[in-house]
Write a protein that binds this ligand. Sequence first.
Ligand SMILES: [Zn+2]
Length: 93
Amino acid sequence: MIDETMDGSVDGKSCLEALAQIFEYLAGELSLEADARVRAHLAACGPCSSQLMLDRAYLSLLRSRSLLDKASPSLRRRIVQALFATEESRPPR
Ligand SMILES: [Zn+2]
């Protein structure tokens, strides 16, 4: 569950956008513009920067197993979405 009770500088939507791109950010696969936007959000948003640390650990785990290198971008996106799934966005299963 993502806490959307942010201060005025950060809204919930930008949190969702940042979190959705966090793995690509960590993998260095974002465009310069998107990278800058995520970086700025993470710098301004405590909850997301905490999430970044968790994701960095998770990413290094995946990397250590060479899973991420084999994963397609769409698969990685699904991994990210699964990690941050809420009741609304959880895929039906
Ligand atoms: Zn945020």
